[in-house]
Design a protein. Sequence first.
Length: 568
Amino acid sequence: MKWRVFLASLSIICVAALLSAHRSAAVDEPALARYAPPGALLYLEARDFSSLLAQWNGSQQKSAWRRSANYEMFSRSRLFLRLKEAGDQFAAAAGLPPDMSFASQVAGSQSAVALYDIGNLQFLYITKLDSNKAEQTALVASRSKFETRSAGGVTFSYRKDEEKKREVAFAVSGGYLLLATREDLMTGALELMAGSGKNSSIESEAWWTRPVAAAGPPGDLRLVLNLEKIVPSPYFRSYWVQKNVTAMKSYSAAVSDLHLSSTAYHEERVLVKKEAAAAESSASDGSAAVAELAQLVPADAGSYQIIATPPAAETLSRLEAQLLAPATVLGPAPETAPQVALTSGETGGGGDLETRIDQPPVATGPQTAPTEPLANLLAQNPVRASLQVWTTELDKDGVFVRVHSALVLLGSSDWNESAARSAIADFVRPLLTTGALGVAWQQKAGHQELDGLWPLAVAVRGKTLILTDDGRLLGQISSNGKRAAGAQAAIFIAGWSHARERARFVRMTRLLDGQSGGEEGEAGRVPEFFSGNMASLSSVLAGVSSQKVVVRDAGDKLLQSVTYEWAE
């Protein structure tokens, strides 16, 4: 399967796993954003934070994660240590640590946090909490250690640690508990509550109004992002898992609503574009083509993705990397410096006596394949949409895991089958043989296969061209062409079956890492990234059976729907 898709899926589901599995419906309250001063980078609101926190603390996922290799590695990360440092500084200023006990005490029902500075973690937190309960919290009980200030007719407590340059302010007013790490944020919030604020709230800012106006009803969690301020931040470039900073620069704001139920999490996202794209008939045609290819996805696919109107160069690259020459395609350039191997000072050995130093070494790189025939084929019949499918299976001995893939191209017109087979044979010939052995096509049931050891099968069904390294997978895709179309038009659809692929993924990574033991590895030893770190996270999220992503282009905004299915 495609590991980048797998890891991206896991990173997204890790966030969703911190939430509850079920909660009863509640009446939506007005957004607390009306009390947040302007200038925030992001705003996160929970419909019932206290319930979410209590369910997370009592969940099996939390206890399993705290014991996992993934948590062990996270606890050593720069991000974790940076958060711990900020927590220690907050504790020095507030007089008590911001641990889980503290969070449980100050967690009310409707709650929101607005972040104003990523590097210094400056925020405003507002929670709906009964005044009697607020008075019983350790924070409010320690107000005698704080100075008193006033804003909006409300007295609040303020303290500053001069050494750490950290501020803490809190107040109890109108059934709300407010906590801020800057005095001006507390002052602004209290003035907005009193209706006497000099400045309007974040609800009047464009980064808030545009995505919220385009979004549906708020979910159990709502996250609104000021991308014009977040994306240029060095912290975003350092810690953003997806590493698609360039793509994110084209959006000014975003909102994400997460709706929870006992069987699934549904996340609805709206990304507002900086420049609205004009609606084109080609884009509409590509969206319809994606819906058409969605019906071909096998029921037992490990993962898949469907892309509308991919560029010809990108399609050719996918063909080469996935099926035609996967062993010769170079991986991404490393982002870290090479390791230095320290020795005792030796500069050579006896075997070096045969090495010629009077002429350059002979190049022994992989053979290059002619791409012109395939490029011409794709140019003559532009691809409206492409479908990639990955699936795995154990070999007959039950030891190794075999990865199979398929690429389906939906052309603008019917494919020339003989021209397609000829172009593919010309491409793989220099990679397989110096003659014609193994590159002749032989007829199979409903498709053509190469007659050598290279497992490549091709079939044409009118406008659909199917290429795969597994004849069984080709048969499944072909038979699905008789199903009625059920997917909606979209520019991108992707799916991933965690339930089906989890055990095989773990087995494969253990073999690659040369391990025979469990996922956690030996005590005191840094776990391998895939077989230890990621495998342990996969075990924690064993209850997540699958994930599906659907992306639609609405001209001035991008609409994304993500569904996480739970098996338990």
